[in-house]
Design a protein. Structure first.
Length: 430
């Protein structure tokens, strides 16, 4: 089978790496890919994965490429092409594609839709309301004593959420988003949620329109600096599993979150094929959903796919075809840890083009994989080309050992200005 993967970050490198191990995969393209993806080879025939210089949001060019090369399945990594309707477009042209259609992708592309859906179907979430004008938004925030999250409705490229602790802060946030349009038109409507206290975890479930299968838990580290300080980022590191939910609590979450979500989709005729990724706060009253994403998390994918024992090509096929109920989804009991190495300055402005050293040394380490995110090739060198550069991932029987190996690998890698958190997975260890 021929596969086309869309995207070029660490998540897509993990998808390509895992697909390359499948005996079904005979050809693999990635648009636009990165230097690490270009170095992958297929287990079946040793063919290289091929990077195609088309951006993940260039739908007309992606369509033309797929019509020409005829992949058996296109796999969409990022949220934006989903929100733009790439799945609807490909299906209209009779091309098989994995991911939610535009209507189903609204769980991520509209915070208002997602919040109201949760309320309609009794999915535990924060107390919240939606607003189109600032005055009533400020009144609602004042009712929460300003302890709230102000969320722009549309896709704001992973930004668009301001967490506030006082009425003055909430007023400023509402002005920024709704009046000054800090996140563009996405801010014409906002959701304001009460501030929830607790530990935040990531859940992922793969869905086929009728069945949803929950993955083990994982946890991202969204702030730039150790101890959850500094700015919000796309994610500075992950690990899986987390020790925070017992098996009983997981089963409960499966029913109260996923079961209700699935029945809601059925009632509203939403045909969701893809990954539902709820961001969940573990509050004193139990797990509550902060937001839904409609795709694999980045860098959650890096830890999930190193633990996945099932064939990824078969899993994605089952999600497209509606046969997940018969699919044997198997996970390694090993723990995995991913430490993101970022460019100095990220998530603010940063330099590019810095040579990355030490990768060949790390490639000799067992149970370790360096997923590339923002990298490019210049001659025979790998250079930095983005904010998040690498996701250094290791797995082992225990979380402590996986963490030690991941950091041993990080210590061998150097590039000018490299910055990473030293406390990934620390919360889960004694
Ligand atoms: P979101 O993109 O909606 O997940 O929000 C980004 C980040 O803001 C989350 O990962 C949380 O850390 C934080 N956040 C969002 N909503 C809330 C909330 N209601 N209470 C506390 N923190 C929140
Ligand atoms: N790990 C955060 C995200 O993928 O949105």
């Amino acid at each position: 089978m021929k596969f086309l993967v869309i995207g070029g970050g660490g998540r897509e490198h993990a998808l390509v790496w895992k697909l390359a191990q499948s005996s079904h995969v005979t050809q693999l393209w990635c648009a636009p890919g990165n230097a690490g993806i270009a170095a992958e080879r297929l287990a079946r025939n040793d063919a290289p994965a091929e990077c195609v210089p088309i951006g993940a949001e260039d739908l007309p060019k992606l369509l033309a490429f797929a019509q020409d090369r005829k992949p058996d399945l296109t796999v969409v990594g990022p949220d934006n092409p989903l929100a733009l309707g790439i799945v609807d477009l490909f299906q209209k042209h009779r091309l098989r594609i994995w991911g939610p259609n535009r209507q189903a992708a609204r769980f991520e592309s509209s915070k208002v839709f997602a919040q109201q859906f949760m309320e309609r179907h009794g999915i535990p979430t924060a107390k919240a309301a939606a607003f189109t004008e600032p005055k009533s938004a400020k009144e609602f925030a004042a009712g929460l004593e300003g302890r709230c999250a102000v969320k722009a409705d549309g896709l704001a490229l992973g930004k668009g959420v301001l967490v506030c602790q006082s009425t003055a802060e909430a007023d400023r946030a509402i002005e920024e988003v709704m009046v000054k349009k800090a996140f563009g038109e996405a801010g014409s409507r906002v959701v304001i949620q009460e501030f929830l206290e607790g530990l935040e975890i990531s859940l992922h479930a793969i869905c086929d329109g009728k069945t949803a299968k929950l993955f083990p838990t994982s946890q991202d580290h969204k702030r730039a600096l150790d101890g959850d300080q500094g700015s919000n980022t796309g994610g500075m590191g992950t690990y899986s599993p987390t020790p925070f939910l017992t098996e009983g609590q997981m089963a409960e979450a499966e029913e109260s979150l996923l079961g209700r979500w699935l029945r809601g989709c059925e009632a509203e005729r939403i045909d969701f094929h893809g990954i539902l990724y709820p961001g969940v706060m573990l509050t004193k009253q139990g797990p509550k959903v902060l937001e839904f994403n409609a795709r694999f998390g980045d860098p959650e994918t890096q830890v999930y796919l190193t633990r996945l024992e099932s064939d990824l090509a078969e899993l994605l096929e089952a999600s497209v075809d509606g046969s997940l109920d018969r699919f044997d989804l198997r996970w390694s009991p090993a723990a995995a840890v991913c430490v993101v190495m970022a460019s100095g300055g990220y998530p603010g402005s940063y330099a590019k083009g810095k040579p990355v050293l030490g990768l060949s040394e790390v490639s000799k380490m067992s149970n370790t994989k360096v997923f590339h995110a923002g990298t490019a090739r210049a001659g025979d060198q790998v250079i930095t080309a983005g904010g998040r550069v690498l996701g250094v991932t290791a797995w082992s029987a225990t979380l402590g050992a996986a963490r030690a190996t991941a950091y041993a690998a990080v210590e061998k890698i150097r590039f000018d200005g490299a910055h990473f958190r030293r406390d990934i997975a620390a919360k889960a260890l004694p």
